[in-house]
Design a protein around this ligand. Structure first.
Ligand code: NAP
Length: 523
């Protein structure tokens, strides 16, 4: 460099006089999925350009980059599953496939000029709060940096969960998780075991069933599955949305409104969902003629307790002669023999785990060390807990996008992400107004009050009363993932940062130089 400094690969800058200094940014965003890219757009719109987006992979997209399994698609309509500030009049189908959503996120990165902020291959290894300097020290696989504020947008569905099955090491064939699909492995003519019956598995099963010689589905709990009415969006509709953007807005508004009125049944009157169960039972009966198979596939808990799945192809695929449904979880592997908890066995060449993600025990929590020297995972040992889904006690100037109790059972997560981005923007404004080297630390009382309210409301919801276990509940049985209200309500709860809920931390003023000390030191 011509200014007498040298930029080094680990993020430090070496000066001519031999001293080194770390790169410092105002905001470090972690993750470049919907949450991270959304944060980047909103920061730029606020006029904040001194930020980086740290991404462990080599491209944007988050969960929509990592999940490329056959049949991967979104079960929320495209016009609702996109940013309000980046409408896409050209969605080709009512429900988008993974490749369309991934392309959309690449487009967002380009159009909003986010590329200069992106740091690929930069996995966060550790983040530690520096209480003296009031900033985060961040170690990544690409180097070190410090940041005033961290926006953690790692997402709840980013780290695959594979159950610890005894004997799995003895399996001689191919094994992979739905979110780490091995596209080089040819399933044609193979005996394949699909483990799990969640949203991923029900999309994979109909996509691989025609290829596999035999498909054995290990179903621990049957899901409720409703038909998915997917169709191509016509050229005329797209033209209309391009020419008259308010028509796309109206479409989005309608999709949002329909889901918003459904919330009441999920959160306050789960019995009303009995009517939906009738439709779902009819959906099973339409495709499954064998009464024994129908019995296996019919859930015994209230619909909505687990995520309601949408597919018109799942049951027809299960009715095919090359498919076996084992109504029991995988409990052991003995060489190429898979053994279910009920003792039934299957010989297979490949195992596909559709067993979900580390949601309530997200690995990033082990890598964040707060003001009291404990990790976020240690602080959340009794369950995830934050203020308005964003900030946590002892973690000043650190916030999550899709934090605790911000998930949805019924609508588009992009709506919740945008609410959290509103909160993030107001947080940055508050820091500006306070001025100087300053940080905000949520007060324990405010965090408890928020969580008590959320948990009180949770008691009546279908997720807690519906008679199932799901990934919405943590190891202690607490629902720390779902928001028990409408998206509109969450929006109004996150519009502004209430400074009364925070302690304002200020860095000690640098000591004024004492000439006497200087003399003593022999200067
Ligand atoms: P998931 O919903 O957590 O499902 C995991 C499945 O694995 C469950 O059926 C579980 O059974 C089963 N399982 C775990 N251990 C097992 C064992 N030993 N034997 C047999 N089965 C076992 O995971 P996911 O399907 O990947 O979906 C996760 C989330 O991703 C979804 O809820 C959704 O939010 C999102 N997703 C969305 C879409 C979309 O269209 N937007 C598509 C895919 C995924 P139990 O039910 O008994 O626990």
């Amino acid at each position: 460099m011509s200014d007498g400094t040298t930029g080094r690969e680990d993020g430090t800058t070496e000066h001519e006089n031999g001293t080194t200094e770390r790169e410092h940014v105002r905001v470090a965003v972690i993750g470049s999925g919907f949450g991270g890219l959304g944060a980047a757009v909103r920061l730029r719109r606020e006029g904040i350009t001194d930020f980086v987006v740290l991404e462990r992979a080599d491209s944007v997209g988050g969960t929509w980059r990592d999940n490329s399994y056959p049949g991967c698609a979104c079960d929320v309509p495209s016009h609702l599953y996109s940013f309000s500030f980046a409408p896409n009049p050209d969605w080709p189908r009512t429900f988008s496939g993974q490749e369309h959503i991934r392309a959309y996120l690449e487009y967002v990165a380009d159009v909003f000029r986010l590329r200069p902020h992106l740091r690929f291959n930069s996995e966060v290894k550790m983040m530690t709060w520096d209480a003296e300097q009031l900033r985060w020290e961040i170690e990544t696989s690409g180097g070190f940096l410090t940041a005033d504020v961290v926006v953690s947008a790692t997402g709840p569905l980013s780290d695959p969960k594979v159950p610890d099955i005894p004997g799995i090491d003895t399996f001689p064939g191919k094994v992979f998780h739905s979110a780490r699909w091995d596209h080089d492995y040819d399933l044609r003519g193979k005996r394949v075991a699909m483990i799990g019956t969640g949203a991923s598995a029900i999309q994979i099963v109909p996509s691989i069933q025609p290829e596999a010689a035999r498909l054995t589905l290990f179903q621990r709990t049957p899901p409720w599955v409703m038909p998915r009415v997917d169709r191509a969006i016509s050229g005329a509709e797209r033209w209309l949305h391009r020419q008259l953007p308010f028509t796309a807005k109206m479409r989005r508004g309608l999709l949002w409104g329909i889901r918003e009125v459904q919330v009441h049944a999920f959160t306050k009157r789960p019995d009303e969902l009995g009517m939906v169960e009738k439709l779902a039972r009819r959906n099973i009966a339409r495709a499954i003629k064998d009464p024994a198979l129908r019995a296996k596939l019919t859930p015994d808990y209230r619909i909505g307790c687990k995520r309601i799945l949408l597919s018109s192809a799942y049951y027809p695929a299960l009715a095919q002669p090359n498919v076996d449904v084992v109504a029991s979880g995988l409990s052991e592997v003995r060489g190429s023999t898979l053994v279910a908890a009920d003792g039934s066995e299957a010989e297979v060449d490949a195992i596909v785990f559709g067993t979900g993600f580390h949601v309530t025990d997200m690995p990033i929590a082990d890598r964040v060390v707060g003001a009291d020297g404990r990790t976020l995972a240690e602080s959340w040992k009794e369950g995830m807990k934050s203020l308005r889904g964003a900030t946590a006690v002892n973690f000043p100037n650190w916030m999550t996008i899709i934090g605790p109790n911000t998930g949805l059972g019924t609508s588009s997560m992009i709506l919740m992400i945008e609410s959290q981005l509103n909160y993030m923007v107001d947080y940055m404004r508050q820091l500006d107004v306070l001025g100087g080297r300053v940080a905000l630390a949520p007060r324990p009382g405010a965090v408890d009050a928020w969580n008590d309210r959320v948990q009180e409301r949770m008691k009546r919801t279908v997720w807690n009363t519906g008679g199932c276990t799901s990934w919405y509940l943590d190891a202690n049985g607490r629902n720390t993932t779902i928001w028990p209200g409408t998206t509109a309500e969450f929006r109004s709860n996150t519009r502004r940062v209430d400074l009364g809920e925070y302690e304002v931390l200020r860095a000690p003023r640098p000591r004024t130089e004492n000439p006497a000390e200087k003399l003593e030191a022999g200067a």
